[in-house]
Design a protein around this ligand. Structure first.
Ligand SMILES: [Zn+2]
Length: 423
């Protein structure tokens, strides 16, 4: 891919609205642009990283036998009235009347819709379990949208739902999803701490949040260095019955616990029968008795993964993408090439890398060497391949891995092999 054939409007200056590193860098590197408070457009580079993240999620959901669906964002209020959340969701839920005067909701989440989907179709214990997920836009009228796409009014979420016959089957499913989440975050280059969490308006009786420790995080977790126990601050406060501060005693081993700021990227819940009982999703067991289906739900803030990755992978010059989620693992930066016989070399390298399965961007802009190098660091391509008169005198390219101090000269004959190893 050529730079001139895509749209990467990088910024030299730091936009005044950006309070934290990921927000600054996503704007400066041309990943996103703001439309209005809490709503953002994704530009081609942002879309590429988003596509990588969603591909990882889809692979791990399929591996865990969860099947993809797509549910409507437009939802009738009637379902929310039946679950009791028409009242409890509060002003964050976007509500309006359609032209027929019917109360309508722009879905902030989908427990009601997916539960209703199974009513009357899943009838017997033989029809269970069922495990479904979607990757879809959610809407929340945030009182204070901030930090770019970390807290926005419209965002992509992966939400999965499990339907089981009993608590034992739910427990097994919950563990399987927990493992899938650990794999997903690891593949995205994120170190998450799973913590015991409050169930809040979702209801249910057991819940874990997956938190990325980061100085800019809006949430606070407590973690015990002794036994590893970790919980959200709210959950710990309920469990300990005190106000939580640094050094508070661990409920398990009594050692002092640390407070850490963190970004929540995932949240899983054992819902039990809250929604199935309210909406009539029942099945007949072996004895012919009607029982409400036991549910679990499993969310990942998909659009929040990119800022969480950037918060934990950047330096003064820009982003340091993990290869797995980089918009392109490699950038080719041609500087002045005087020898007419070598003029087509950058395009040839681009073609060869692409054919070998290495996604790369060729910076074919007519701008200074300084601008090209700065933009390469700002966007954070993991591998930078520089071609110039100087490198070509030695029949080589200069290869530099982002985040490593030294560049190395690699003979052109070995370039493909060397780059492929790290891409
Ligand atoms: Zn402990």
């Amino acid at each position: 891919m050529r730079w001139s054939e895509t749209y990467i409007p990088t910024l030299k200056e730091t936009p005044a609205e950006a309070e934290i590193a990921s927000h600054r860098l996503m704007l400066r590197a041309g990943l996103i642009r703001k439309l209005a408070a809490g709503t953002y457009s994704y530009l081609p580079l942002g879309m590429r990283s988003l596509a990588k993240v969603t591909a990882i999620i889809r692979e791990e959901m399929e591996a865990a036998s969860v099947r993809e669906v797509l549910l409507p964002a437009l939802q009738p209020a009637e379902l929310w009235k039946r679950s009791g959340r028409w009242e409890t969701m509060g002003p964050e839920m976007i509500r309006f009347k359609n032209r027929h005067g019917r109360d309508t909701v722009l879905g902030p989440t989908h427990e009601e819709v997916i539960t209703d989907l199974l009513v009357g179709e899943v009838r017997s214990y033989r029809d269970l379990p069922k495990n479904l997920y979607q990757i879809q836009t959610k809407f929340r009228d945030e009182p204070r949208p901030r930090f770019g796409v970390i807290r926005s009014c419209e965002f992509l979420m992966k939400d999965a739902y499990s339907f089981d016959r009993d608590a034992e089957a739910l427990e097994k499913r919950y563990r399987r999803m927990f493992e899938a989440y650990e794999t997903i975050f690891k593949r995205c280059g994120l170190n998450t701490i799973p913590v015991e969490a409050d169930t809040g308006v979702m209801g249910g009786d057991d819940s874990h949040e997956f938190m990325v420790p980061a100085g800019s995080g809006e949430d606070t977790i407590v973690q015990c260095a002794g036994c590893g126990y970790a919980a959200s601050k709210d959950r710990a406060a309920k469990k300990l019955g005190v106000e939580i501060q640094e050094g508070v005693a661990c409920p398990k081993c009594k050692k002092g616990m640390k407070l850490l700021p963190a970004i929540e990227v995932g949240h899983i819940f054992k819902l039990g029968t809250k929604y199935s009982a309210a909406l009539g999703a029942a099945f007949l067991d072996e004895a012919g008795q009607s029982k409400p289906i036991i549910m679990g739900c499993y969310g990942i803030g998909v659009t929040r993964l990119l800022p969480a990755i950037i918060e934990t992978h950047h330096d003064e010059a820009g982003i340091l993408w993990p290869v797995s989620v980089a918009p392109y693992p490699a950038v080719i930066v041609p500087l002045k090439i005087s020898d007419p016989a070598q003029a087509g070399l950058p395009e040839q390298v681009e073609r060869e890398l692409t054919e070998a399965g290495v996604e790369c961007l060729l910076d074919d802009r007519e701008v200074s060497a300084g601008v090209k190098m700065k933009d390469a660091d700002l966007i954070g391509f993991p591998i930078r391949i520089l071609l110039s008169d100087k490198t070509l005198q030695k029949n080589s390219a200069e290869v530099k891995f982002r985040g490593e101090a030294e560049a190395t000269l690699v003979p052109l004959t070995e370039l493909l092999q060397q780059v492929k190893k790290r891409a």
